[in-house]
Ligand binder design. Structure first.
Ligand code: ADP
Length: 579
């Protein structure tokens, strides 16, 4: 059982008071008893000596003895007994001597016979209470032994009164001690209790100052507590800030991070890891075994190998459904505060895609260069082999060489243009411009070609005064490329219509033809550079026109797309912000 502070203070003091009172009471009772008995004994002895004097005044006869005993007993207020040397009671002030037994064996009588005087205190059956007996031997054979006795009732009563008083005092003192201890303990513990309350409520409170009134020691304890809590608070804040920073970094990191502890339980995971490991279907993975959380066998395999060997493992994970490539590095982590494994996931999908784009680009460009270079080579060979001697044939060959060189030059120019647009080197200067004005230039420029191909070109603007926010020169290039394609891929007698319509805060421009159309399998790829549909191989184009158009439109914040059916014509659409 745990005692309260009050009782712990009060109990020792109360015990001290009670024990001290008991010892004092015992000692005092004894001393008092002793002193009182002594004074009684002296008094009774003096009385016996006095009686002795009066005994000698008369004859040693029973009547005289009885008369002296009776008289002096009254005078002295004591009981008087006269006993002869054989122990026979000769006279007694209070009882009939004839009825009394022989007194020779009484201790006081024995002592008196031996030493002249004797005393004894004991319970008297004759009187019914404690008595003090004093006997005196007059050393005169004619005289009897004189015994004086007095009741000890008063002494006993006095002593017990003193003991009662002492006990009452002791009890009173302990009650006082108890009350004082309670007050004292309360005054000491009140600030401590408040301090405790403060400390307990510290978790919930933002205010961390701590005040306590009362004793100096408690005050300084409270101050120390206050300092400690505010220091603790600062450290907790600093730690929380640090943790928040790390959490923020992890949350926004593109790479996935997952940490498992030595038991193989997921300890930390960031959103990128959830995404890269395809864990979205799951509830919170933290606190669950990795084996349950991750389904991919290659991830688990690498992780297990790392656990077994204690060495870093690296592997590539492919998710064919999403066309994703993820690089996984599993490293062991040892030491505090955690040991286990760290899984680092890097999304290389984009990098892979870029790599394949670059590979395709190089193979495409070599392919595109090979054909004109091969025909140039053939022409040069023919000239060297003797065609040079024939001026007509030579001129013809030179013209064909010029065409090849021109087409090579055009391709190089378009490539340069494309790369400049892609790398953002070509600034797009937006200005409000009438759609009619944008269309006029390219259409006028391509009109002779259309006429040569016997194609009808129609323009339809809804409403008439449509205005867009565009870079005039670049946008004209887009229109030129689209109309030029339409002319190229539409057989004679066909029709090309260019229209523009307002849709929300955009203007949609469409170039439609009644030409050969685009096979469905080619549709998703025709905006890629160098991409040509099979039937267009012979057209002599570079396959860059639509790629350039796409980049220009995107630089304007617009979109470009196509609708086409093989044999039934194509319609290209692109949007520009309305002014
Ligand atoms: P090219 O210089 O070969 O025309 P483009 O990038 O302009 O290059 O066009 C890519 C391919 O898209 C063309 O080779 C052709 O197959 C197809 N194409 C473009 N416009 C049309 C169209 N109006 N009708 C049919 N096919 C088209």
């Amino acid at each position: 059982m745990r005692l309260g502070m009050r009782w712990r203070i009060a109990l020792p003091y109360m015990t001290v008071v009670l024990v001290a009172s008991a010892v004092l009471g015992l000692y005092l009772s004894q001393e008092l008893h002793h002193a009182l008995m002594e004074s009684y004994r002296v008094r009774l002895l003096a009385e016996a000596s006095l009686v002795r004097l009066f005994l000698t005044e008369g004859p040693a006869e029973p009547d005289h003895l009885r008369e002296v005993a009776g008289r002096w007993s009254q005078q002295l207020d004591s009981r008087l007994t006269l006993i002869n040397r054989d122990g026979v009671v000769l006279a007694d002030s209070h009882f009939d001597p004839a009825a009394m037994d022989n007194h020779l064996a009484r201790p006081e009588v024995q002592e008196a016979l031996a030493e002249g005087a004797g005393a004894s205190a004991r319970f008297s059956h004759t009187t019914g209470y404690n008595m003090l007996y004093v006997a005196l031997d007059p050393k005169d054979t004619a005289l009897p032994i004189i015994r004086v006795s007095a009741s000890l009732q008063e002494i006993d009563a006095g002593i017990s009164r003193m003991q009662t008083t002492l006990m009452a005092t002791a009890l009173g003192a302990s009650a006082l001690v108890m009350a004082l201890s309670f007050v004292l303990a309360d005054r000491i513990t009140r600030p401590l209790r408040r301090l405790t309350d403060r400390v307990l409520s510290y978790r919930s409170s933002s205010e961390r100052a701590m005040k306590a009134e009362g004793y100096d020691e408690v005050q300084s304890l409270a101050d120390a507590f206050g300092q400690m809590t505010s220091e603790l608070g600062r450290r907790v804040d600093a730690l929380a800030e640090e943790r928040n920073k790390i959490a923020l970094v992890l949350a926004h990191l593109n790479d996935g991070v997952l940490i498992t502890d030595s038991e193989g339980v997921v300890h930390l995971i960031n959103p990128a890891a959830v995404r890269l490991l395809d864990l979205t279907w799951q509830s919170d993975p933290i606190g669950r075994p990795l084996m349950e959380v991750v389904g991919s066998p290659s991830v688990l395999e690498a992780w297990k190998r790392c656990r077994e060997t204690g060495q870093e493992q690296e592997t590539m994970i492919e998710v064919p459904d999403r066309g994703a490539f993820v690089r996984l590095v599993v490293s062991p982590i040892a030491g505090s505060p955690l040991s286990g494994e760290m899984l680092l996931l890097q999304d290389l999908t984009q990098v892979r895609r870029l790599e394949s784009v670059r590979r395709d680009f190089i193979s495409n460009i070599s392919h595109e260069l090979r054909t004109p270079l091969a025909s140039l080579k053939a022409l040069v060979d023919t000239l060297q082999d003797g065609a040079l001697e024939d001026p007509t044939a030579a001129r013809n060959f030179l013209q064909r060489m010029e065409i090849e060189v021109d087409s090579l030059t055009q391709m190089v120019q378009e490539l340069l243009e494309l790369s400049r647009i892609e790398s953002g080197q070509v600034p797009i200067r937006l200005a409000p411009v009438l759609v009619a004005e944008l269309l006029a230039g390219p259409l006028e420029h391509l009109q002779p070609q259309a006429e040569r191909a016997r194609l009808e070109v129609a323009v339809n603007l809804v409403p008439d005064g449509l205005t867009v926010l565009a870079d005039q020169e670049r946008t004209r290039q887009v229109i030129t490329n689209l109309v030029h394609n339409a002319i190229k891929f539409t057989p004679p007698g066909g029709r090309i219509s260019v229209s523009a319509i307002r849709a929300g805060d955009e203007v949609v421009i469409a170039v439609a033809d009644t030409g050969i159309g685009i096979p469905e399998k080619d549709l998703p790829r025709i905006f890629e550079r160098f991409y040509k549909a099979d039937r267009a191989r012979a057209s002599g184009g570079t396959g860059l026109g639509l790629a350039i158009a796409k980049h220009i439109v995107q630089a304007h914040g617009g979109r470009i797309w196509v609708k086409s059916q093989e044999g039934a014509g194509s319609t290209f659409y692109f949007t520009l912000p309305a002014a």
